[in-house]
Structure formats: structure tokens, C-alpha cells
Design a protein around this ligand. Sequence first.
Ligand code: TXA
Ligand code: MG
Length: 335
Amino acid sequence: MALDLDAIRRAARLLEAGQLVGMPTETVYGLAADAGDPDAVAAIFTAKGRPSNHPVIVHVARDADLSQWAGGVPDEARRLIDAFWPGPLTLILKRAPQVPAAVTGGQDSVGLRCPSHPVALALLEEFRGGQGGLAAPSANRFGRVSPTTAQHVIEEFGAPGHGPLAAVLDGGQSEVGIESTIVDLSRLHTLGPVLLRPGRISAQQIAGALDRPLATPDRGAPRVSGSLEAHYAPATPVALLEPDRLANVVETLRVRGRRIVTMGYSADARPSLQMPADPDGYAHALYAGLRTLDQQGAELIIVERPPQAPEWQGVNDRLQRAAFDSAGVLERLLA
Ligand code: TXA
Ligand code: MG
């Protein structure tokens, strides 16, 4: 897709003026605002309905001066940046003093990411001459499924000019489809590197680039709204089911006249929505699939549980969160 440079320039001027812009990235679409402008960042929280003590990721241009944002860039961060930026990896580092509290959620750390989507990179080059940062959480209302197309962003917030958004840049369907991997390097001396959110870039890849294993989050970990147990959920309840139970359960519920839809990846499952059988393809299709199934007026979305293998960690994490609030729904329908 050719870059619409006029639209990108217009979006950069709107952002410089404190407005909100829907921005494509390779993971999911972001709701972007000038990270240096506390009022603009506050407008993100209002639009999303998100608690204001949740920090937001700052997106930076390739070769950005990270000392504007981070209090220091440890060797471990350099290694991960060299290996994975631009790309779907967010690093949590100690913050620089001038970073607005609205960005950090009042914590002593800041999340930084250089996205690889060409529209996002062009926008970051154009915005404040490549020297600024764009605060951008996923462009969905709090707790809901993240958007992977420009149309999804408009479904969440209304068309530009008819809601909180001044513009939405269309960059096609997000390639990765689930949010970035988040690695916390802000407490290296006490905890070492910590995986806060799994994504396309796996824990193994991170550990390989660092030459050391990753810790998993503890209770002292920074607040990550993506780590709330219920998150990324459609309005319709979601249940995860082992592949070998799927056919029987679906048959039973259909005989009882229950309105259910299914999402599966095995060839013989014959689900309402056939998903790719590889983890990257599945992640790419996941959120658009949940949105489609959410619009069918079903009582329950039944998802064939993917394998519990490391390369499925990002997908399994999002599916578990989507199903978290629906505990017991399947059992009630079967009772
Ligand atoms: O792929 C992504 O990361 C997408 C795209 C738009 O870049 N963004 C995204 O943003 O997923 P959001 O806000 O929906 O999730 C970012 C996560 C949040 O859970 C937030 O709490 C966490 O990053 N985060 C940001 N800054 C942090 C910090 N200083 N410490 C701990 N967590 C932080
Ligand atoms: Mg989000």
C-alpha cells in the first residue's frame, strides 16, 4: 500500500496541536497523542474510559534519542533494541524526570516501543521532526477487544470529527494482530528481566538475545492493564474447550436449541469460524474473528483451545483473558 504522505502530515499537525489520532501499527491500532502534552494524554484516558493510573506506551521514531524518556538505557535494552526494533517489543525502563506523570501512571518507569509499521514510522518521523513521542494504547474502549483495522477504530470511537478522534490513518489490517511483547528492564538489579506480556516475539527469543532467562511477573510488578485477568473480551461470553470435547459439547448445546458459535483451528472441528492452524496466522486473525463472532447474537463463543506450546503463548494469554469473565457460563448451559 502506497503511503498517503499528505494524510500522515495532516495527522502529525493534529497531534502537535494536542488532538487524538488513530494510528496503525504492526500489532494493533493505537489511539495516539503527544506524549509530551499531559492534556492530550489525559484525553486518551477519557476517550477509552481507562483508569488514569494505568501507564501508556510511548512510541518513538527509529534512532530516537531515548534519553528524553528513559533515565538510562542499560546494556540489556540496547541488545533487545538491536535485535527487535523496529518491531513488536515494548521495553519498560526507568523514566527520565521530565516524562509527564499522565504517561507513566505516576510510576518511576516508562514503556517505550519503536513500531515497524511503515505508516507509524512515517508518522513518527513527521511528528515533531522525529524528536517527539506518541503515547498510544490500543484504540479500543477499556477492557474490550483491540482493533486490527481502521474500521474497528471507527466502530470503537466514531468517525473522525464525530467523537474524540481528529483523524484515523488507514494502514490495512495489522500484521501481527496481538499487542507487543512487554519486557520490564526497570528492576534489573533485583529481579532481572521480567516478561510482563507475551506476544509475537517469544520469551525464548528475548532470553536468547539477552543470554539469560526471563523472570515472570511478581506482585511488585508495575501495573499493566493488559495484565488484568479480564481483558481483551468481547461482549458475548467466551469459553475455551479442549479439542476432544468440542464436537460433543457443540452437539449437545445445538440439540438444546442454544445459540452458540465456535472458533477453531483443527481441520475436522468444522467451527463457525475456521482459524489458521499456525500461531502467527491465528494471532493475525484473532481479534477480527472475536469481533465477527461477537456480532452473531450468540449466547456463547466456544473456542477450541490451542496447544499449550511456547509458540502459542501470546494467543493463549489473550484467549484466557477473553474467557476470564465467562467462568461458569458453559457449565450453566450444559446443566
Ligand atoms: O502493541 C502494543 O503494545 C499496542 C500498540 C498500539 O503499540 N499498544 C498497547 O497499548 O497494547 P496498551 O496501553 O493497550 O497496553 C500497553 C501496556 C499496558 O498494559 C500498560 O499498562 C503497559 O503497557 N505499560 C505502559 N507503560 C508501562 C510502565 N511504565 N510500566 C508497566 N507497564 C507499562
Ligand atoms: Mg490495550
